[in-house]
Design a protein around this ligand. Structure first.
Ligand code: SF4
Ligand code: SF4
Length: 200
C-alpha cells in the first residue's frame, strides 16, 4: 500500500509561505534593464552584426573566396565572386565579392566566418539590434554590410594605387587613396558613363 505523502506545514500556512518568496525578492537588487531607453554597453569583443572592411584607400578587402560561407555552420552566408578589371576595380587583386549576403534569420553569431576569412575583410561589430518582423529584411546585402568611407578613402570601383600591387596593400604600404583617384563607372551594376565620368 502506497505511503501517504507527509505534510510539511499545516494547510493554512502554505499560501503564506509562497508570499515569503515574493517578500524576500523585494529586497534583492533588481535585474531589470530599461531597454531600449537605456542602452547597455557591450563587451569589446561582443559578436554583433558583421562588417565588410575596406583598405585605407577605399578598395574592398573581400576577394570573394567563399571561405566564410564554407565555414558557417548555419549556412547563413551567400557569396558570389567576380573578376576585377582595370576599368572597374573593387579590390586590389584578381577577384572581389560581387554579391555578399548574410541571413540573420539563420546566423547564430558564432564568429567562425570571421576566423576563416584570409584577408580580415569580414569582422563583427558590437551592433546587436538585428530583430525584424520580416524574413526578407533579415537578409543583409553587401551594400548594408560594407564599411563606410573614412578620410582618405574613395568609394569603389576605383583604380589601384599607382606603382603598387596587391601584396603592397597587405604589407600596409597603401595608407590612403592616391591624389586624383576618382570613382569608376560601375558598368556591372548598370551604371552608364556620364559627362562627369561616373554613372547615375
Ligand atoms: S557568425 Fe557563425 S552563424 Fe553567423 S554567419 Fe558567421 S559562421 Fe555563420
Ligand atoms: S569575407 Fe573573407 S572569407 Fe568571405 S568571401 Fe570575402 S574574403 Fe573570402
Amino acid at each position: 500500500m502506497a505511503e501517504e505523502p507527509k505534510e510539511t506545514k499545516p494547510g493554512f500556512q502554505n499560501p503564506v509561505a509562497g508570499f515569503g518568496v515574493t517578500f524576500k525578492a523585494m529586497f534583492k537588487k533588481r535585474l531589470t534593464e530599461q531597454y531600449p531607453e537605456q542602452q547597455k554597453t557591450t563587451a569589446p569583443r561582443f559578436h554583433g552584426r558583421h562588417q565588410l572592411n575596406r583598405h585605407p584607400d577605399g578598395l574592398e578587402k573581400c576577394i570573394g573566396c567563399e571561405l566564410c560561407a564554407w565555414a558557417c555552420p548555419a549556412d547563413a552566408i551567400y557569396v558570389e565572386g567576380a573578376d576585377n578589371t582595370d576599368e572597374e576595380r573593387y579590390s586590389p587583386g584578381e577577384r572581389y565579392g560581387r554579391v555578399y549576403q548574410i541571413n540573420y534569420a539563420r546566423c547564430i553569431l558564432c564568429g567562425l566566418c570571421i576566423e576563416a576569412c584570409p584577408t580580415r575583410a569580414l569582422t563583427m561589430t558590437n551592433e546587436f539590434e538585428l530583430a525584424d518582423s520580416s524574413r526578407a529584411n533579415l537578409i543583409y546585402t553587401k551594400e548594408q554590410l560594407l564599411a563606410g568611407l573614412d578620410e582618405g578613402m574613395v568609394d569603389t570601383p576605383h583604380s589601384i594605387f599607382p606603382g603598387t600591387d596587391e601584396q603592397d596593400y597587405y604589407r600596409g604600404l597603401v595608407t590612403e587613396a592616391a591624389p586624383g583617384t576618382e570613382r569608376q563607372v560601375a558598368v556591372s551594376k548598370g551604371e552608364k558613363p556620364t559627362e562627369e565620368g561616373v554613372g547615375a
